[in-house]
Design a protein around this ligand. Structure first.
Ligand SMILES: CC(C)(COP(=O)(O)OP(=O)(O)OC[C@H]1O[C@@H](n2cnc3c(N)ncnc32)[C@H](O)[C@@H]1OP(=O)(O)O)[C@@H](O)C(=O)NCCC(=O)NCCS
Length: 151
């Protein structure tokens, strides 16, 4: 189980988030690392951290407004030793709830082709054709958000 918390831009937690993103998203594709100095535009974003019981940051993602009704999920990353244990699914679910609470109706993302199956599992559908971003194939995916049904 993870706890999802907002991260303040420029804080120590934000620096941890950048380190996680570099390790999980950039290092494997030999892409230049994020530097704090180049992230000013992220002051506009909803930055989310997923923390384990030891209060360690194990996952993160960003919600970035596209339109007043659509928000884009970016920089979704889970620490390698925490992958495959349901962490990403939990963070995605928490991000959806936060997006709904903020009034967004649709969540979209540029999904790496390697992560397509992950998002499909949670009813995201791909729109259009493959395109290249950070040197690797991506698909636009989206889902109309709805509140979880009461059991
Ligand atoms: C993709 C990622 C966020 C998924 O998080 P995770 O914690 O590993 O995934 P979970 O353990 O929550 O998996 C939930 C379900 O999705 C499936 N799944 C996870 N990653 C998958 C993938 N890349 N492709 C297809 N299915 C996947 C799991 O098998 C699991 O299915 P199950 O419930 O039937 O067992 C994570 O693996 C990651 O950070 N990968 C590297 C970076 C990346 O690709 N980020 C996304 C960029 S768009």
């Amino acid at each position: 189980m993870i706890i999802t918390k907002p991260i303040t831009y420029g804080s120590e937690a934000y620096k941890d988030m950048l380190a996680l993103r570099n390790e999980v998203l950039r290092k494997p594709i030999n892409w230049p690392y994020f530097e704090l100095a180049n992230t000013r535009h992220e002051t506009e974003f909803i930055l989310l951290g997923g923390y384990d019981k030891q209060h360690t940051l194990v996952a993160c993602c960003i919600l970035a407004e596209k339109t007043p009704s659509e928000v884009q999920l970016k920089q979704m990353a889970v620490l390698p030793n925490q992958q495959g244990k349901g962490t990403g699914a939990q963070l995605l679910h928490h991000a959806e709830i936060i997006a709904l609470q903020k009034g967004y109706k649709k969540l979209s993302m540029h999904a790496r082709q390697t992560a397509l199956g992950f998002y499909q599992k949670y009813n995201y559908v791909s729109i259009g054709t493959v395109f290249e971003e950070v040197g690797i194939p991506h698909f636009k995916m989206e889902k109309v958000l709805s509140l979880p049904k009461a059991k």
